[in-house]
Design a protein around this ligand. Structure first.
Ligand SMILES: Nc1nc2c(ncn2[C@@H]2O[C@H](COP(=O)(O)OP(=O)(O)OP(=O)(O)O)[C@@H](O)[C@H]2O)c(=O)[nH]1
Ligand SMILES: [Mg+2]
Length: 458
């Protein structure tokens, strides 16, 4: 149990209606007593108050009133951190919250590090590591689907499966180790078969979890899509249509977009980061040259592309060049301006699969079909509720890959009749790697790297 009492502003810094300052630790109530002067009959000093009650009063600092506030008293262990906690709701705006925080710090609290409240929740056993990560996912989620997945993980769905897997592996390990202690008895052939079967089931289960990694990443950080094509084909108009607002400048002058423009849209529940780029052609000046260089860079980093063609113009040499050039990319061809007389003849692209969607970015025709096509390209098949229950992140993926490799080595060692010490060694590596996911085996460095990604006050 850490001794220090920590405090931080829990709301974003800026002007708003309300702000929340939070303090947690052994001295939380005592420190709050020093700063809080209750107003009205039913309000009390924090240390005299019953748990889970709210009190109206003033925060006093250096003899002066800082703000009128509501103060919530939350006594251990039924709190976020499992420690005594006080939450002050003061007026929004940077200064009131800052001064309330100052008052706490001057009376013995220490400024919390990013994620330190959640870290304490983890250290005090209220959340495991996968659940703590889900808190960050929840805060950062950009679509309802991502939120649903974060909520499932916070509720412990992933942890439950990981713990089951770990328990299975530990039992197997215990079995193997028992035989190391009694070297005279070798593992009987049928017992050996049972162990192998268990281990193989473990590998199968890990593979199942690993398959969710791609979807998990998409939901967490979104997927990047570059909008590319010749100048004036309607790339910026397409970006605006997909976002449902006028984000990028649109004009009939070719070469309007110079810099790349990046915005996230919710496409059928998936966060997609669209990047509008400068039209690709021989650059006319230095700025355009830089813009086109950035277009190519964006293209290289994108996970898929929307290649825009102008239906009112014949296929140009440049189009053909790009059609061939981007053949290795996942892509959707977007034939824009279908409201105008069609000049773009049917075309073929050798050795490349693609989808073609007709749209009109002036009136929005075809945009819904394009969204379906994007969803289908990114996430083939239905998005099922069960899938959201386990969406591993890249850290889990890394740990599972190590666990899988070690389990496979265990299987090979057991089959190859290697000494049981060697079998146990790899099996222990696997158990530890699985344990990392929920934090059963976690180093300080690992915790630092996870919690440093949190915001202050969480
Ligand atoms: N008729 C018609 N005009 C369109 C359509 N979509 C875009 N335009 C027009 O085409 C012109 C170019 O559109 P932009 O969106 O600026 O094209 P862009 O590809 O971003 O152009 P650059 O940034 O110069 O590369 C504008 O005048 C748009 O109004 C469409 O579906 N139909
Ligand atoms: Mg543009």
């Amino acid at each position: 149990m850490p001794d220090e009492t920590i405090a931080a502003i829990a709301t974003p810094l800026g002007e708003g209606g309300l702000a929340v300052v939070r303090i947690s630790g052994r001295q939380a109530l005592v420190i709050a007593d020093q700063c809080f002067s209750p107003l009205g009959k039913s309000s009390q000093k924090p240390s005299a108050a019953v748990s889970h009650t709210i009190h109206y009063g003033r925060i006093i600092r250096a003899g002066k009133t800082v703000d009128e506030v509501l103060l919530a008293v939350l006594r251990a262990p039924r709190t976020y951190t499992c420690e005594d906690t006080v939450e002050i709701t003061c007026h929004g705006g940077i200064l009131p919250a800052k001064l309330v925080l100052e008052a706490f710090l001057e009376n013995g609290a220490r400024l919390a590090e990013p994620g330190e409240f959640t870290r304490r929740a983890f250290l005090n056993g209220r959340l495991d590591l996968a659940q703590a990560e889900a808190v960050a996912d929840l805060i950062h989620s950009r679509t309802e689907l991502a939120l649903a997945a974060a909520n499932e993980q916070l509720a412990g769905k992933l942890s439950q499966r990981i713990n089951e897997l770990r328990n299975e592996m530990m039992q197997t390990l215990a079995h193997v180790e028992a035989h190391i202690d009694f070297p005279d008895e070798d593992i009987a052939p049928d017992a050996r078969e049972q162990l192998l079967e268990r281990l193989e089931n473990g590998v199968k289960f890990m593979d199942e979890l690993l398959r969710s990694a791609k979807e998990g990443q998409i939901l967490r950080r979104g997927i990047r899509a570059a909008i590319v094509g010749r100048p004036n084909t309607g790339k910026s108009s397409l970006l605006n249509q997909l976002l449902g607002r006028d984000r990028a400048i649109v004009s009939p002058i070719p070469g309007t977009t110079r810099d790349t423009i990046e915005e996230t849209a919710n496409i059928r529940g998936l966060p997609v980061v669209f990047i509008d780029t400068a039209g690709l052609r021989e650059a006319r000046d230095e700025i355009e040259q830089e813009g086109i260089r950035r277009s190519h860079e964006t293209l290289a980093r994108a996970e898929f592309i929307l290649q825009v063609l102008d239906a009112s113009e014949p296929l140009m040499e440049a189009d053909e060049k790009f059609l061939a050039e981007f053949a290795s990319k996942k892509r959707i061809l977007v034939r824009n301006k279908v409201d105008l007389p069609a000049k773009l003849a049917e075309f073929r692209i050798s050795n490349s699969e693609f989808r073609l969607v007709d749209v009109c970015c002036l009136n929005g025709q075809g945009i819904e079909a394009l969204k379906d096509a994007i969803k289908e390209l990114v996430w083939s098949g239905e998005i099922k509720a069960e899938m959201l229950q386990v969406m591993i992140n890249s850290r889990h993926q890394d740990a599972l890959n190590r666990a899988r490799a070690a389990t496979q080595r265990t299987i090979d060692a057991l089959r190859g009749d290697l000494t049981l010490e060697l079998v146990a060694l790899d099996l222990r590596i696997a158990v530890n790697a699985i344990g990392e996911i929920v934090g059963k085996t976690a180093t300080e460095d690992l915790l630092d790297s996870i919690f440093s990604q949190f915001c202050i006050g969480k």
